[in-house]
Design a protein around this ligand. Structure first.
Ligand code: ATP
Ligand code: MG
Length: 226
């Protein structure tokens, strides 16, 4: 057993030509907010994708809620990721043909919830993030900020232990970006989720409990902020 939401142990990741992570170890406690910062190309997005179980590292281990992803059968790993990890990317990445309501209901449907209860929970989350009036619109009809709000709802609707966000404010102007951060923080607090947030924006990073600074694929230093 563990009292950590996430643990990375000496994780290494290489693309075909570039080595992006050269032995990264990181622990995240339940409810903790961690900002990953560092210059472009230092490996922030790779770290986030590896931690979220989207990319599989060539070396090292990832434990989500104490369970080693590499040791789980594929079906269990998928279920663990779906129920315990939520992901918000820079441009929302909603399914373009689905309404906001159906986008937010989707993770619950994949988990086996019935359609009526999934849609009810999705509607509640759309209200919480302030886009309930757009529930029947598709992403292409809405602004980046509206889509990003729905992406937050989609990431949180399953009540995950941890939310991963890669530059969630990157496509927004600074005012909308701050509002998005407030929303993301209040949402993870409501759900009791931890948050791992990639950002190159110092103001955004200052919302975190801890800043982890990467450089050339290694952790350069960590700073407690609160
Ligand atoms: N899909 C990919 N294929 C090949 N190499 C990649 C790929 N994605 C990233 N890399 C390389 O891995 C290294 C780390 O990239 P990564 O995207 O993780 O950095 P980053 O810190 O997120 O940068 P940015 O701030 O620009 O988003 C870089 O050298 C990059 O060129
Ligand atoms: Mg990146």
């Amino acid at each position: 057993m563990t009292d950590l939401a996430l643990e990375l142990l000496r994780v290494e990741y290489s693309y075909r030509r570039d080595t992006a992570l050269r032995g990264v170890s990181l622990s995240v406690k339940p409810g903790e907010v961690v900002a990953i910062t560092g210059p472009s190309g230092c490996g922030k997005s790779t770290l986030l994708h590896v931690a979220a179980g989207i990319l599989r590292p060539q070396a090292g281990a990832i434990k989500l809620m104490g369970r080693n992803l590499a040791e789980l059968p594929e079906a269990d790993r998928t279920r663990l990721r779906r129920t315990q990890a939520g992901v918000v990317l820079q441009f929302g990445q909603l399914v373009p043909d689905l309404t906001l309501l159906d986008n937010v209901a989707l993770p619950l449907l994949l988990e086996g919830h019935d359609r009526a209860s999934a849609r009810r929970a999705a509607q509640e989350w759309l209200e919480r993030v302030g886009v309930a009036a757009d529930a029947d619109a598709v992403p292409g009809e809405l602004s980046g900020g509206q889509n990003q709000r729905a992406a937050v709802a989609r990431a949180l609707v399953t009540g995950p232990a941890i939310v991963f966000a890669d530059e969630p404010t990157g496509s927004l102007d600074s005012h909308a970006g701050e509002q998005m951060m407030e929303l993301l923080l209040s949402s993870v607090r409501t759900g009791g989720s931890a948050l791992v947030l990639v950002t190159h924006d110092n103001l955004i990073a200052s919302y975190a409990d801890r800043e982890v600074r990467l450089r050339d694929g290694v952790i350069q230093h960590e700073v407690a902020l609160s």
